[in-house]
Design a protein around this ligand. Structure first.
Ligand code: ZN
Length: 177
């Protein structure tokens, strides 16, 4: 089966506030599988449903390094119930390929969510996992990494992404003949 396409900025679907998942159905579990597949293929450490054009409050994360065994975490209807401290991490995003910027986030985050079986859990994370949880949770509210940057950096990245979109369109129409 084809791997799901990840939307790139400035696709307007990335700006839509996602809807809560009322019940964790077989369709939702299939979406979770598809998203994990797309995330590992990219490769990336996290992917939120709006990034594949699905307006659901869910994301997947796996921060295991290549020599560690995979550790897929699924967060459905997540709520960040506590944020503490501060850290700066050089973040990337699958919706902004090849762009990375230093972004300030909380050092420690406590999140409550449902897993892929629909069971509630609570997790307190720090370091990269805390960053990834905050980054992916932002996607559910239509907030993107550039929203955390100063106006000049935001402008530079915006223009770069518009330019790529334009170049991509030209390549697409050229290949269509
Ligand atoms: Zn992202």
């Amino acid at each position: 089966m084809a791997i799901r396409t990840i939307l790139h900025y400035p696709d307007q679907r990335l700006r839509v506030k996602a809807k809560p998942v009322p019940v964790v159905t077989a369709e939702i579990r299939k979406l979770v599988e598809d998203m994990a597949e797309a995330m590992y293929a990219a490769p990336g450490v996290g992917l939120a449903a709006p990034q594949v054009g699905e307006s659901h409050r869910l994301f997947v994360i796996d921060v295991a390094t290549e020599d560690e065994s995979s550790n897929l975490l699924v967060f459905i209807n997540p709520e960040l119930v506590n944020l503490e401290g501060e850290q700066i991490w050089c973040e990337g995003c699958l919706s902004f390929p090849e762009i990375s910027e230093d972004i300030k986030r909380a050092e420690t985050v406590t999140v409550r969510a449902l897993n892929e079986k629909g069971e509630p859990f609570e997790l307190t994370a720090d370091g990269l996992l805390a960053v990834a949880i905050q980054h992916e949770n932002d996607h559910l509210d239509g907030i993107l990494m550039i929203d955390h940057l100063g106006v000049i950096k935001r402008r530079v990245i915006h223009r770069e992404m518009l330019k790529r979109q334009k170049d991509g369109d030209q390549e697409a129409s050229a290949s269509r003949g």
